[in-house]
Design a protein around this ligand. Structure first.
Ligand SMILES: Cc1ncc(COP(=O)(O)O)c(C=O)c1O
Length: 407
């Protein structure tokens, strides 16, 4: 009998570290999870109705691999109005099944085996795996706590070599919640232009910014000459609370879209037609839901800040975007894996250890404030007490009793 094996290259792709925490949290039925990276809401009713209409009207066939005309037109109009970016709907826009596949298609299109891709780290877990699946080398550049985990052009330029093909930009960032300023993105754009490097800009959190005077996170594609050097990857998952619908888009120069489209034909043929029509309703429709989610995130972000900012056992970097806080737990003396495991088993709160987002995340944990506000408040309170107790173990008996009362 022959024993069949799985391909070595596939075995070598790292598993997402987030799944470990989910698996462990599932075994603690009353755990408060501060892990989830998705909106608590579901899509607005007019979006659901548009999907139902598409089904009843029989608009359920394969579509153009780049997406139906209405979808690409809606992406064009939304992107122009919201981000001030102008992409030709016939040649420069492609529908994809979420940013996850968009990122892979983008990298697969511009990265050759053996080349290098710069990834500011800590990073969204798919980036490294995507680069490895292209046979390329991920080169991480540490985001610095003293710079609020924002991107820094000089650090990025120091990592450029003759093999560098692309840099992945993610602002607002997951897991850090950091938003990089337009000025710094301008400097990063100059690095890209100087060295002939693609910017792959993951903008899935673009409306969720909490900096004074900032309505929308700036895009590197809006910098001079960057239209032709950038592949924007965006989706409706977070913005329109449509994570399970699987719909996103790539914005890029025509030469790139021609190739991403060719690859996509072999990968998915076309994106779910019903979802595309629902997305048209989302992109063309009222924006009240986005505004209300943003207000809610701002309120929940404040809960995290109020609870953690006075805590000497933790250091909170004020998150300015997305719905994550990245917390420095080094003053507790614990590593982030231990911190996360013990917090779950002793206080029933799940957070993601920073290493799940690259080795540069060591010493931090990520918490998401996308979920229920009351659970968040209780979870963050327990997190704080746990950290305080770790610094001063004499407090821990009283704290454990508190949990029993409030759990
Ligand atoms: C930074 C970032 N990019 C991409 C994605 C994936 O988005 P999508 O649901 O559109 O595939 C996520 C999901 O958490 C994310 O945090």
């Amino acid at each position: 009998m022959t024993s069949l094996t799985v391909a070595q290259h596939a075995l070598e792709i790292p598993r997402s570290g987030i799944r470990d925490v989910f698996d462990r949290a599932d075994k603690v039925p009353d755990a408060i999870s501060l892990c989830v990276g998705e909106p608590q809401d579901t899509a607005a009713p007019h979006i659901e109705q548009a999907a139902c209409r598409a089904i009843y009207d029989g608009r359920t066939k394969y579509t153009n691999v780049l997406g139906v005309d209405d979808f690409r037109k809606a992406v064009h109009d939304y992107t122009l109005e919201v981000k001030g970016l102008d992409y030709d709907p016939d040649r420069e826009i492609e529908a994809v099944d979420g940013a996850t596949i968009g990122l892979f298609l983008a990298l697969r299109t511009v990265v050759d085996p053996g080349s290098e891709v710069i990834i500011p780290s800590p990073f969204f877990t798919s980036y490294e795996a995507d680069v490895l699946m292209c046979g390329a080398t991920p080169v991480t550049v540490a985001l610095k706590p003293e710079n609020g985990m924002r991107l820094n052009a000089a650090d990025i330029e120091a990592a450029v070599t003759s093999k560098t093909r692309a840099i992945i930009i993610n602002s607002p960032g997951n897991p850090t919640g950091a938003v990089t300023s337009a000025q710094e993105l301008g400097r990063i754009a100059e690095v890209c232009l100087r060295h002939g490097i693609w910017a792959i800009s993951d903008e899935v959190y673009h409306p969720f910014v909490f900096e004074d005077g900032m309505e929308i996170a700036p895009s590197i594609a809006s910098m001079p000459h960057m239209h032709d050097h950038t592949i924007v990857v965006d989706s409706l998952s977070k913005t329109f609370a449509m994570t399970g619908w699987r719909i996103g888009y790539i914005l890029a120069p025509h030469d790139v879209i021609e190739v991403t489209g060719k690859l996509a034909e072999h990968m998915h043929s076309s994106v779910n037609s019903i979802t595309q029509y629902a997305a048209v309703a989302a992109l063309d429709g009222p924006r009240g839901h986005i505004r209300s989610m943003r207000r809610e995130y701002a309120r929940k972000r404040q809960i995290v800040i109020d609870e953690l900012s006075g805590c000497s056992a933790l250091r909170l970097m004020k998150p300015n975007g997305a719905f994550y806080a990245f917390v420095d737990i080094r003053p507790t003396g614990m590593g982030s894996q231990t911190f996360s495991r013990r917090l779950l088993s002793e206080r029933h709160v799940a957070v993601v250890p920073g290493e799940a987002f690259g080795k540069e995340g060591a010493g931090f944990v990520r918490l998401s404030y996308a979920g229920d506000a009351d659970e968040l408040e209780e979870g963050v309170r327990r997190l704080r007490r746990f950290a305080d107790d770790a610094r001063d173990p004499s407090r821990s008996h009283a704290a454990a009793q508190d949990i029993e009362i409030t759990a």
